[in-house]
Design a protein around this ligand. Structure first.
Ligand code: NZQ
Ligand code: ZN
Length: 388
């Protein structure tokens, strides 16, 4: 474990089929006026809304609703939510949903009391948060992003076609997260598998970095094996509690800062995926699946030893009688087969991307330094062309 680090995570997790029972106790610690944030209405269809409202009513909370948070939440929506918070003197934000709803709640928490334009200050300039932060709690309904236990918040500016993720510090992490695996049974198939790939991608972004021996890599191999195993079970039976609960727990640990310890981390798949999202509004996990195999094929020679280890330890590729390159490539072949079994999107054409859009998308890709190869814009264009 190279470098120096501090580990602490302020989010309290309540996990299991009865975890909503913990909500009343959690809410006692916060003020009277609650902003209830949710998406397009799935929580009304599956009963989660009614269950939460009865708890809020029993607590005599004043509830203001901020519904209609869209997948890939926008700057325009953020401004609407900020206005609600100021008008109703909101003390606490309760988010019910997936990454979009929780990310939006975190963006609101830092933006509502910001005296200048929050998009410019916190997402373009990445300035430190120097205003009051409204506390956030969440009830997770869609698994994948890890937003329930991290400081990530991804917001889209539809005018400039920029989708930007900000990693806020621990003051912005949810104070608590309620994780009931049965809530995930109603997720549509496409969203479910996109979430599975998002989990894999989060782990790989951290795994494919560094050349030293770290405990974090062994933890990640365990998480990946659990994800692959349980995803196959969930494909056969989406209501398999054991599989869905394992996946929910894996998703949280894939991106709650633990496995990043001692790692430089890559994140180029996400940078490319986000740029595609900014131009197409495609589902996050699918933007990652569409570019991952071309990206990993591109950088494989620079991280050969790790790709070989990935093939053997995660995909159980037999190394007998094979050279390192063959073993590493067989790992990516096994990963591709798993992705195809899930039914993931494997090219960017399906989002409506055309060849002539590729340079503009590449222009919006942030180039990061933590992985095995430092990409140029020309490399990004080559990878996008391979993903076409
Ligand atoms: O809006 P409703 O009606 O609730 O429907 C949602 C939405 O259409 C539906 N859904 C969620 N739970 C459901 C359900 N439908 C039926 N039953 C349920 N139990 O699923 C759809 C997608 O939801 P969304 O929240 O958009 O999905 P996800 O959790 O994948 O979040 C994606 C957003 O998170 C960002 C992405 O960029 C994207 O904007 N990310 C956030 C990260 C973070 N905070 O650390 C990291 C990730 O890499 C990612 O970038
Ligand atoms: Zn992701």
């Amino acid at each position: 474990m190279l470098g120096n680090f501090t580990y602490s995570n302020p989010t309290t997790l309540h996990f299991g089929a009865d975890s909503l029972n913990q909500l009343a106790h959690e809410l006692q610690q916060y003020g009277q006026n609650i902003l209830l944030v949710y998406g397009g209405g799935s929580i009304k269809d599956n009963g989660i809304y009614d269950a939460v409202m009865s708890i809020l009513t029993a607590q005599h909370k004043t509830v203001i609703e901020d519904a209609g948070v869209m997948p890939n939440p926008t700057v325009e929506k953020l401004h609407e939510g900020c206005a609600l918070i100021v008008t109703h003197h909101i003390d606490f934000i309760l988010a019910i949903g997936g990454g979009s709803v929780i990310d939006y709640a975190k963006a609101l928490s830092v933006s509502a009391h910001c005296t200048s334009d929050p998009w410019q200050k916190y997402f373009i300039e990445m300035a430190p948060v120097d205003n009051f932060i409204i506390p956030v709690g969440c009830i997770l309904t869609m698994v994948g992003t890890g937003s329930e236990m991290n400081g990530g918040s991804v917001i889209t500016n539809t005018q400039t076609k920029q989708k930007i993720g900000r990693i806020f510090d621990s003051a912005v992490f949810p104070k608590f997260a309620i994780l009931n695996p049965t809530y995930t049974f109603t997720i549509p198939h496409t969203q479910m598998v996109a979430g599975f790939f998002d989990i894999m991608s989060h782990i790989l972004e951290q795994y494919f970095s560094g050349h030293d021996d770290t405990t974090s890599d062994y933890i990640m191999e365990g998480l990946l094996r659990s994800l692959i195993h349980s995803s196959e079970q969930a494909l056969r039976n989406p209501n398999d509690y054991e599989a869905r609960s394992n996946i929910m727990w894996t998703a949280t640990w894939a991106l709650n800062t633990l496995v990043a310890k001692g790692k430089s981390s890559d994140w180029m798949v996400h940078m490319i995926g986000q740029a595609i999202g900014g131009h197409t509004n495609a589902t996050h996990g699918m933007t990652l699946s569409a570019v991952s195999i071309p990206y990993y094929t591109f950088i494989l020679p620079n991280g050969l030893a790790k790709f070989k280890r990935f093939a053997i330890n995660v995909w159980q590729v037999s190394p007998d009688g094979k050279d390192d390159l063959t073993i590493a490539q067989e790992g990516l072949i096994a990963m591709t087969a798993w992705m195809n079994r899930l039914g993931l999107t494997m090219n960017i054409r399906e989002f409506g991307v055309t060849r002539d859009m590729i340079p503009a998308i590449a222009e919006h890709v942030f180039l990061l330094d933590g992985g095995y190869k430092h990409l140029t814009k020309a490399d990004v264009i080559a990878i996008l062309n391979e993903s076409f």
